[in-house]
Design a protein around this ligand. Structure first.
Ligand SMILES: Nc1ncnc2c1ncn2[C@@H]1O[C@H](COP(=O)(O)OP(=O)(O)O)[C@@H](O)[C@H]1O
Ligand SMILES: [Mg+2]
Length: 364
């Protein structure tokens, strides 16, 4: 299973009892209300949950409903109200891609015969991708698998528009990426894509709130507004009680949750995660996969890279790379459920008298 980075804080020290897995529950507009109401702030739309809303700027929703806060003991309950198909404002781009398809079925990603060859000096070329074709549709949860060196990260960097292919086409939400100017590309990346990496890549001296607020710097929002939104998304990932903690004051799983919150704060359509559990122990990996599965349940499209078959088993579709090519691409009829496994872990850690100790993140 995943290696634990020795530099990371010890989760066991941090959380002697089972930490809470944020539970993201589907909340449709028609769902009955119950408990306390907290409507989304004016001008926000899309995804909301107990404790706040993920702001999705400039994305009108067809339905507006108050998210419902329901008491669930001490468990952090997260709710997302958007319907999967309406969640992320993909429709415009999808229409542009293929008008003959119903817009909601059109792919977020279309890759055709992608080739990437790295040049080492003048003479040595490394063929990292040798002709990759793939489509990913809204709402999918795809695990890109394969051994080290098979081209997974190269492929992810191309999907994230962080690098350009040697040849081949990449259509992102209906736009041919190679035809975009640098400004257009930057805007698209900012609005459509969220990134999560193995190493968290958080600013060490900044609090969780400031780390999460960072991607909104370009959105023209005041600092106060940016931090308000950051706090809401931190609530979403179950870190409402650790807003002012710096990375060194958080466990590995918590740091990755901050990174996920940062990836979500601009309301992306597509989350790209490269070995997001690579630095985490198996228990914390379940926690993080639970967050990702719950977000996917609510319509977020996820492409996750992993060399670990146990992690890939949480996805709905597996695409295996070998030597720069796709060698397998198949749906999973019964993905693992992180939520169920988490519940089983909680039962295991219940005291002999049978009373489970569940501690809400950050509330000590
Ligand atoms: N920047 C680079 N320059 C040269 N070769 C690279 C570079 N990045 C990756 N490679 C090579 O490309 C191949 C695919 O690498 P990578 O995409 O990182 O694989 P994976 O993520 O599956 O481990 C490997 O042979 C690797 O050594
Ligand atoms: Mg890699």
């Amino acid at each position: 299973m995943a290696k634990k980075d020795p530099r990371l804080p010890d989760d066991n020290l941090e959380e002697p009892t089972a930490p809470t897995l944020p539970v993201i529950e589907k909340q449709t507009a028609a769902s009955p209300a119950g408990g306390e109401h907290e409507g989304p702030a004016a001008g926000e739309s899309g995804v909301s949950y107990t404790g706040g809303s993920i702001p999705i700027p400039d994305r009108p929703t067809e339905k507006q409903a108050s998210p419902v806060r329901q008491p669930l003991g001490k468990t952090v309950l997260v709710k997302v109200q958007a319907e999967p198909e309406e969640a992320r404002g993909l429709i415009q781009a999808e229409e542009a891609l293929n008008e003959s398809l119903p817009p909601r079925l059109a792919p977020v990603i279309v890759v055709r015969d992608l080739i990437k060859t790295y040049m080492l000096g003048r003479r040595t070329s490394v063929p990292a991708l040798r002709g990759v074709s793939l489509e990913v549709r809204p709402g999918e949860f795809v695990a890109i698998m394969g051994p080290s060196g098979s081209g997974k990260s190269t492929f992810m960097n191309l999907l994230g528009c962080l690098d350009r292919p040697t040849s081949g086409e990449y259509w992102l939400s209906g736009k041919l990426v190679s035809s975009l100017s640098n400004d257009e590309l930057a805007r698209m990346r900012n609005q459509l894509l969220g990134f999560v990496f193995q190493g968290f890549n958080l600013l060490g001296r900044a609090t969780a709130v400031r780390n999460v607020a960072l991607p909104m710097v370009y959105a023209g929002l005041s600092r106060r507004e940016r931090e308000r939104r950051a706090r809401k998304v931190l609530h979403l990932v179950g870190l409402g009680g650790r807003l002012d903690h710096k990375p060194s004051e958080l466990s590995g799983g918590q740091q990755q949750r901050v990174a996920i919150a940062r990836a979500l704060v601009n309301g992306p359509s597509l989350l790209l995660a490269d070995e997001p559990t690579g630095n985490l122990d198996s228990r914390t990996s379940i926690e993080i996969m639970g967050v990702l599965q719950a977000l996917n349940e609510q319509g977020l499209t996820i492409v996750l890279v992993t060399h670990d078959a146990n992690i890939a088993a949480y996805a709905k579709r597996q695409v295996a790379f070998l030597d720069g090519r796709i060698v397998r691409d198949e749906p999973l009829s019964a993905p693992r459920s992180a939520q169920k496994e988490w519940e089983a872990l909680l039962k295991q850690s219940a005291s002999p008298t049978g009373s489970t100790t569940v501690v809400e993140e950050g509330v000590e």
